[in-house]
Design a protein around this ligand. Sequence first.
Ligand SMILES: [Zn+2]
Length: 146
Amino acid sequence: MTATIRLPYLLDFYPLQDEKYTRIHQFFTNLKVGRFTTTKCRDCEKLHWQPRAVCPDCGSENLEWVDLPKTGEVHAFTAMLLGAPMGFEKDLPFVMALVKLDGLDFKILSRVDGIKHEDCKIGMRLKFKTVTRDDGRVFFRFEPIG
Ligand SMILES: [Zn+2]
C-alpha cells in the first residue's frame, strides 16, 4: 500500500507569490506577463537585486519597478549532478550559473536550461525565460541564445 506524503511548507523551494505572502508580489505579477523586473530606489537611485520592499542603502520605501535586460552571459557556473533539493531529483543533472546581465554590474544566480553542463562555457550568451509550475506559480531561468 502506498501513502501520499504531504511535504512540509519548508520543503517547498518556490516562494509564495501573491500579495498575501510577499511584499515583492509585483515581481511575480510582472514575470507572469514576461517582464523581468527589479526595484530601484527613487531617493538614492540604487538598483537592487533581488527586488526589495525597502532600499537596503538608504532605508527608503519609495521604490519603483524597472525592467532588467533579458540577456547576459555566464560569469561562473556549476553542475548539480546529485543531491538536488526534494522535488528536483528528476531534473538532474542541471546547470546553475551566475549570470552577468548586459549593461549592469551585478550578477544573478539562475538555473540554465537547454544545455548540458559539459557544454556550458564562461562567457556563453544567455537569454531570460519564464517557467510556470502546475500550481500557477512562475519563476525565471536562463537558456543559451541560438
Ligand atoms: Zn535608496
